[in-house]
Design a protein around this ligand. Structure first.
Ligand code: NDP
Length: 322
């Protein structure tokens, strides 16, 4: 089979399209023939070594396709089932053996492209709004990079929970997309000081929660946007890693909370994974959640997909297809 493999960390040229052995599913695994692969910002951290592991490796954390074969000790699947999965490294490949508990059968109304688009980012937006900080109608949330893959889903889920949503984006075009997704206000943070803008919009009160996936360039001011006892949910670092902070800062900024969550800890077992996926598919079926696919690249052009995501031109989801 063909796959994209990384032999050394670096820029997009380290994404090699090459022939590798087709995996054989072990006990507890399902072999999936890939149709669509979700590209996520974490793939860039893996490619550059910002999140380092063993080399060489096949990157990618989510995809959708059909069940090709089934290993021992697996129940609940049959060959030909349309399925999707997330949080299993190695999805930039024509076939992937995936632990069965991470695999969900796609409902009839969800094709492989949408399935691959919504698993990782959808479950992320789900746990952030439902569990990390359980948003309610009294809350105001600041969502950075609101037009991104996670961002657009987060805005919709926060809106659905009745919260007031303030988004930040880099362009006018993205601002319109975010308003269409249900944000109440949008700040173009590359042109305006978002801390000043948030304070104006909230009558100098601040927000209950900041969902910050941008990291280095937004972290400090995000803390200043919080109400006393507000929640800083730092869940990514697309602009770079946040330097260490002194816990005394939490006191100085108003007894605030900081958490640095990751999906793996919020989708720890089959029940948790299925509960999140089921909510997401139900909301899509009811017309309450729209999944926006921006661009689709062939698997062998994974480097172009990464360049596009890093360029900040994308809005919504980027996919690869086999
Ligand atoms: P996005 O589609 O959101 O792309 C990243 C966006 O970040 C860009 O479009 C851009 O939006 C913004 N950005 C701001 N500064 C920079 C910069 N210097 N370089 C590049 N982009 C920048 O990606 P994803 O939806 O895949 O992921 C969003 C974030 O969420 C990532 O940080 C990712 O690691 C994190 N994440 C965390 C998870 C978790 O469980 N902790 C799970 C999934 C994702 P704009 O142009 O509007 O500024």
């Amino acid at each position: 089979m063909h796959a994209v493999r990384i032999h050394e960390y670096g820029a997009t040229e380290v994404l090699n399209y090459e022939k590798v052995d087709t995996p054989i599913p072990s006990s507890g695994e399902v072999l999936i023939k890939t149709e669509a692969i979700g590209v996520n910002y974490i793939d860039i951290y893996h490619r550059t070594g910002s999140y380092a592991g063993d080399l060489p490796f096949i990157p990618g954390m989510e995809a959708a396709g059909v069940v090709e074969s089934i290993g021992p000790e697996v129940t609940g699947f049959k060959i030909g089932d349309p399925v999707a999965y997330a949080m299993c490294m190695g999805s930039y490949a024509e076939y992937v053996a995936v632990p069965h508990w991470k695999v969900v059968v796609l409902p009839k109304n969800v094709g492989s492209q949408v399935g691959a688009a919504v698993m990782l980012q959808g479950m992320t937006a789900h746990y952030l709004t439902v569990n990390t900080y359980a948003l309610g109608s009294e809350d105001t949330a600041l969502v950075h990079a609101a037009a991104g893959g996670v961002g657009l889903l987060l805005v919709q889920m926060a809106n659905k929970r009745g919260a007031r949503v303030i988004g930040t984006v880099s362009t006018n075009e993205k601002a319109m997309t975010v308003m269409d997704a249900g944000a109440d206000e949008v700040i173009i943070y590359t042109e305006n000081d978002f801390e000043d803008a948030v304070m104006k919009l909230t009558g100098a009160i601040g927000v209950d929660v900041v969902y910050d996936s941008v990291g280095k360039s937004t972290f400090e001011k995000s803390l200043n946007c919080l109400k006393p006892r507000g929640y800083m949910v730092l869940f990514g670092q697309s602009s770079g890693r946040v330097p260490p902070i002194d816990p005394q800062v939490l006191n100085e900024k108003g007894s605030i909370f900081i958490t640095r969550p990751t999906l793996g800890d919020y989708a720890q077992d089959r029940d948790e994974m299925l509960n999140r996926a089921t909510d997401i598919f139900d909301w899509m079926a009811n017309g309450e959640l729209d999944v926006s696919i921006d661009r689709v690249f062939p698997l062998e052009k994974a480097s172009e997909a990464h360049e596009y995501l890093e360029s900040r031109r994308s809005s919504g989801k980027i996919l690869l297809t086999t």
